[in-house]
Design a binder for this molecule. Structure first.
Ligand code: S3P
Length: 441
């Protein structure tokens, strides 16, 4: 699917973004590990999270769809998972694959995980290596570092203290989950704090966790019980509207019920630093005790942005928003430097390369760095033919770039948007002054 985008001068109205992807994955997976019923509302029905639902079904949990984003997960507790009959396909979803590896490490059976071409290229050794230290067997392509991988569990697993070389919530979560079947505490240290949805939600389900000095520990022996989880809107999806609303000349856009967990709000801080006008009103949605995840309504109006620099501990707080941020940086006066973001090279695509090459086609002055980008902004973007490279966040960032460019932009390879934001185009068109983004085959 290809999207034709025309420039937009005015953007007005309210939008509700779909449920948070990270929280939806965890709600489904933790529900499958807990005893009893987990009732999820606001679940993201994008391909990634549907892959997690498929996986938990394959592991024996009963999943019932009650309505849009409303699911029941019934399961028998951490000892009750069943050996899957077939290979589990994680599709495009790194979170599905890596979190499942942690769960499978503690099971008395073998399971095989695979994924699409992008996921089969992504590094899995960051999770496989520490799981092997705990006693699990992980074998597969490229020395057991790429999908397809077979995971043979051990029970009990060995206790572990692991200093992760990367700030990754997927690594952290996989190891903490494996800790449910360990013979002692499992502690994960990170170079910078990553998103903490797992910690919040596991505690709410009844797991025993403690945190000290930048490390988090799971103490085995807690009992997980099913419960209600209200998933707030995804700030990573809201990001596209926040950037468009900040840069389109005549814009006033409200994004309702967005999760504003402080480990995820780096983009709000950076846009404020760039001079964006974003106000925030705490909202009830998603604040249910189940997830203890804060949510807010965000309102953005047009502003003149200036360049900024982004690096260090801020990076994990906005890692998925960097494609959208790069578009804002192209329109901001002056230079924007993004550093310490080498992780972008192992996302759904090499996002440093993809951002640099596609925005350069639109006339941006942008230089690729090993760990980031240097963008000289304040010059108009030109409509051009660009491609997402099969990466959902690239596709949506390029649609936003097209809204801000002169002339028509054609974004190729956009089916991937369904990974995280089905309904994205309808939402864009509803805010614009007439349909601005049209699909052609
Ligand atoms: C995620 C963690 C991040 C993020 C991904 C979702 C999660 O990845 O980029 O989109 O839900 O735990 P890493 O853990 O690899 O940094």
């Amino acid at each position: 699917m290809r999207i034709h985008v025309r420039p937009v001068a005015r953007l007005r109205g309210e939008v509700t973004v779909p449920g948070d992807k990270s929280i939806s994955h965890r709600a489904a997976l933790f529900g499958a590990l807990a005893a009893g019923r987990t009732e999820i509302t606001g679940f993201l029905e994008g391909e990634d999270c549907l892959a997690t639902l498929g996986a938990v079904r394959a592991l024996g949990a009963e999943v019932t769809r009650k309505g849009a984003g409303h699911y029941l997960v019934d399961a028998g507790g951490p000892e009750a998972l069943a050996e899957p009959e077939d290979v589990i396909d994680c599709g495009n979803s790194g979170t599905t694959a890596r979190l499942l590896m942690g769960v499978l490490a503690g099971q008395p059976f073998w399971a095989v995980l695979t994924g699409d071409a992008s996921l089969r290229r992504r590094p899995m050794d960051r999770v496989a290596a520490p799981l092997r230290q705990m006693g699990a067997t992980v074998v597969g392509r490229q020395g057991g570092s790429r999908l397809p991988l077979a995971v043979g569990g051990a029970r009990p697993l060995r206790a572990l203290r692991f200093a992760s070389p990367v700030a990754s919530a997927q690594v952290k979560t996989a190891l903490l989950l494996a800790g449910l079947w360990a013979d002692g505490p499992v502690t994960v240290e990170e170079p910078a704090p990553s998103r903490d949805h797992t910690e919040r939600m596991l505690v709410a389900f009844g797991a025993r966790l403690s945190a000290a000095g930048g490390a988090v520990t799971l103490h085995p022996g807690g009992s997980l019980r099913g419960r209600a989880v209200a998933v707030p809107g995804d700030i990573s999806s809201a990001a596209f509207f926040l950037v468009a609303g900040a840069v389109v000349p005549d814009a006033a856009v409200s994004v309702k019920g967005v999760g504003v967990n402080p480990t995820r709000t780096g983009l709000l801080d950076v846009l404020a630093q760039m001079g964006a006008d974003i106000s925030r009103r705490e909202s009830g949605a998603g604040t249910g005790v189940a997830t203890a995840e804060p949510a807010a309504d965000l309102r953005v109006t047009s502003a003149r942005l200036r360049g900024t620099s982004v690096g260090g501990t801020l990076v994990p707080r906005l890692i998925d928003e960097i494609p959208a941020l790069a578009v804002a940086a192209c329109l901001a006066e002056g230079i924007t430097e993004i550093r310490d973001a080498a992780e972008l090279r192992v996302k759904e695509s090499d996002r440093i390369r993809a951002i640099a090459s596609e925005l350069a086609r639109m006339g941006a002055t942008i230089t690729e760095r090993p760990d980031g980008l240097r963008i000289h902004g304040g010059r108009p973007l030109r409509g051009a033919a660009v491609s997402s490279g099969g990466d959902h966040r690239m596709a949506m960032a390029l649609v936003v770039a097209g809204m801000l460019a002169e002339g028509e932009t054609v974004v190729e390879d956009t089916d991937c948007i369904a990974t995280s934001f089905p309904g994205f185009l309808d939402a864009v068109n509803a805010l614009a002054d007439g349909p601005c983004a049209q699909v052609s085959a």
